[in-house]
Write a protein that binds this ligand. Structure first.
Ligand code: NAD
Ligand code: LMR
Length: 330
């Protein structure tokens, strides 16, 4: 029997990531090749015509799984009954801008859209915040949508996770599918900590032993992953889009359909105090997912080198939270 369609909201759908993301969703990349979808696309009035153009292209592509399209500039209509919300709408960082510069523009959007989701979305809506500052936007959304369970509000650090897998695979000249269990801790920013102490290749061989170059692993590797967003902006004069869209699909797919046995992924989730991370921050942890629920992987050893990096990125998030509230109360 055919499954009922799932309603997926993409905000900022007329933007770069939106343009890459909506065809992936309509092709089943996010929720599976047997899962029909109804796409809800939101953008702001100046982008209404472009949004309509995206809708026209979706119709022209004749995706068999796409059972309906809502393209609107009305946030209530966009959020109505959605099961999944991918929050991409906002202002991206331009060359030379720090992520904090985009904060004041974006947190007030997330405060407003929190209320709309709370009022109009399906009760068990799963939310993924992509727009920067992603962790802090997700935190604001959580705080201003108190009736949405905190377990249902996450942010995207899967792109950083995938970037770390990619760097290891390039270095060892092996397929990226042979590498697993890297971890991104903390903020989706240049203080994030890409940790390979528990990462393996080919099922069980430690990455650190395979690479056998601690200086590279503790230096250039970490820096490359931390700075990859800025490097893409420098190269494209636009921020990452196809990789962000693809990673957003990975995030939701694993959350809804489950992570493979023995594999974890990185997700920005509500901290319960695990690993000494202050409770209440939206912080990237290693997680496994089953039956639509994520759980933080427990019991991983954290050495002194890693401890400092976990704490530094937590500190940045605490400062961002303060700044976000200042922006909101201005
Ligand atoms: P973009 O400027 O191309 O698109 C953003 C879209 O959002 C635009 O169409 C704009 O009109 C729309 N928008 C603005 N305010 C809105 C509102 N209140 N409601 C709905 N839509 C609104 O930007 P992009 O390149 O698609 O990037 C989108 C966001 O994603 C940026 O904040 C960017 O920094 C972030 N990003 C995050 C990651 C990550 O890994 N977390 C990766 C790449 C980009
Ligand atoms: C990215 O990681 O590519 C994005 O978050 C863009 C940015 O501002 O770094």
């Amino acid at each position: 029997m055919a499954k009922d369609p799932v309603r997926v909201l993409v905000t900022g759908a007329a933007g770069q990531i939106g343009y890459a993301l909506v065809p992936m969703i309509a092709r089943g990349v996010m929720l599976g090749a047997d899962q029909p979808v109804i796409l809800h696309m939101l953008d702001i009035p100046p982008a209404a015509e472009a949004l309509n153009g995206v809708k026209m292209e979706l119709i022209d592509a004749a995706f068999p799984l796409l059972k309906g399209i809502v393209a609107t500039t009305d946030v209530a209509e966009a959020c109505k009954d959605v099961n999944i919300a991918v929050m991409v709408g906002g202002f991206p960082r331009k060359e030379g801008m720090e992520r904090k510069d985009v904060m004041s523009k974006n947190v007030s959007i997330y405060k407003g859209q929190a209320s709309a989701l709370e009022q109009y979305a399906a009760k068990n809506v799963k939310v993924l915040v992509v727009a920067n500052p992603a962790n802090t936007n997700a935190l604001i959304l959580k705080e201003f949508a108190p009736s949405i369970p905190e377990k249902n509000i996450t942010c995207l650090t899967r792109l950083d996770h995938n970037r770390a897998l990619g760097q290891i695979a390039e270095r060892l000249n092996i397929p990226v599918s042979s590498v697993k269990n890297v971890i991104i801790w903390g903020n989706h920013s240049s203080t994030q900590y890409p940790d390979v102490y528990h990462a393996v290749i080919d099922g069980d061989k430690p990455v650190r032993a395979a690479i056998a170059d601690d200086a590279w692993l503790d230096g250039e590797f970490i820096k490359t992953v931390q700075q990859r967003g800025a490097a893409i902006i420098k190269a494209r004069k636009l921020s990452s889009a196809l990789s962000a869209a693809s990673s957003a699909c990975d995030h939701i797919r694993d959350w809804v359909l489950g992570t493979p046995e023995g594999t974890w992924v990185s997700m920005g989730v509500y901290s319960d105090g695990s690993y000494g991370v202050p409770a209440g921050l939206i912080y990237s942890f290693p997680v496994t997912c089953s039956d639509g629920v994520w759980s933080i992987v427990q019991g991983l050893a954290v050495n002194e080198f890693s401890r400092k990096k976990l704490d530094d990125t937590a500190e940045e998030l605490a400062a961002e939270k303060q700044l976000a509230y200042l922006c909101i109360n201005e």
